[in-house]
Design a protein. Structure first.
Length: 179
């Protein structure tokens, strides 16, 4: 077996692993959405309590109204950051998979097309995820959450595309210097 065939096999192995990771992450998102409103709120509350204690070390000595106000503000941020982050991770994984194909990372035009495809896949998944939540006790599907999820995907794809373009520019510059 020559070196070229070994590289192709290992690239396909990487792609298979990435697809499995993507499917795992999608099922994780689905699992979060399948939690009842009480279960979901319980997880968010645990994270919020830790965040509040970091933000306000004197939290335990605050009066009840101040505790509630701070907790509610941080809770909203924690929940929306969770949406943003979980879809940012999904977008990153999908875009990395697409970038294993040379055709996708070949030109800036193809990189942008890869980002758009990634964002569309994630937006569709976010929409179906919110629809799924309408069937779960104590949950509802919100178009605002789809927008937050999609914002996470767009943010992640922009960052990754910038990294890819900068890395490509650096590689080309180094190749020119070596000539």
């Amino acid at each position: 077996m020559n070196v070229c065939n070994i590289k192709k096999l290992s690239l396909w192995g990487l792609r298979i692993v990435l697809v499995l990771i993507i499917l795992f992450w999608m099922s994780t998102i689905f699992g979060f959405s399948a939690e009842t409103g009480t279960q979901s709120q319980g997880l968010s509350d645990k994270i919020t309590i830790r965040a509040v204690q970091i933000i306000e070390p004197e939290y335990s000595s605050l009066d009840l109204a101040s505790k509630e106000e701070l907790f509610n503000k941080v809770s909203f941020f924690v929940r929306k950051t969770g949406h943003f982050s979980e879809y940012g991770i999904l977008a990153g994984l999908i875009l990395i998979l697409l970038f294993t194909f040379e055709e996708v990372r070949n030109t800036r035009k193809h990189i942008i097309m890869g980002a758009v495809v990634t964002d569309l896949i994630c937006m569709i998944y976010a929409s179906t995820d919110e629809f799924h939540q309408t069937f779960v006790d104590g949950r509802s599907g919100k178009s605002a959450d789809v927008l937050i999820d999609t914002s996470g995907t767009v943010f992640a794809t922009i960052i990754l595309c910038l990294i890819i373009v900068c890395a490509g520019n650096r590689r080309r510059k180094n190749e020119q210097l070596e000539r």
